[in-house]
Design a protein around this ligand. Sequence first.
Ligand SMILES: [Mg+2]
Length: 198
Amino acid sequence: MSRISFDADDVLLDHTEKFILWHNRVHGKRRNSFLRYEQFRYYDLSQVLRISPDEAWGRLTRFYESEEFAAISPRSGSQECVQRISSLGDHVVILTGRPTALREMTKACMRKYFPDIGQVLFAGELLPGPEKLKGLICKKRGIDLHIEDSLEQALDCSYYTGVALLNRPWNKSSTIQLPKNITRVDSWEEVYTLASKY
Ligand SMILES: [Mg+2]
């Protein structure tokens, strides 16, 4: 039996799509401020929006309080993929960098859409400092494969575990040579095929 962990936002859930809906409703009225998915060529929101990191964090926290965030939902095919992987007999958990203030809401969302998931792990809670890199948690929890959309997180996790990096606009432009245990994937079928090898 393997231990497989999934990132939540932009892996299982349509975080960026909902952020764009919220942002365009609240901030999209001025010229040139209407956001499109393709503009998310950076993981760092302040780079995407060309605003300061403090301002970007402010917008993210306001998004967390919005109706759009409350309506966050599974990305197409993610529920079936989690269900198929857990039916292999694997232990499936969530490993998220979300603030722990969102714990109850996140757990409720996971129970609703992903009933096969055993646990929701919050990186910010399990690590000593403000650092939210997930690699050490993968090591401590004996994770065999982690599914992620952040290149930085994927690289950190790859020191300890196999990683499936889902292709997204914000991780594609990198010229970094990926280590062998990071596999770029485009589809849930590829995630499932990789997971079944662990
Ligand atoms: Mg993510």
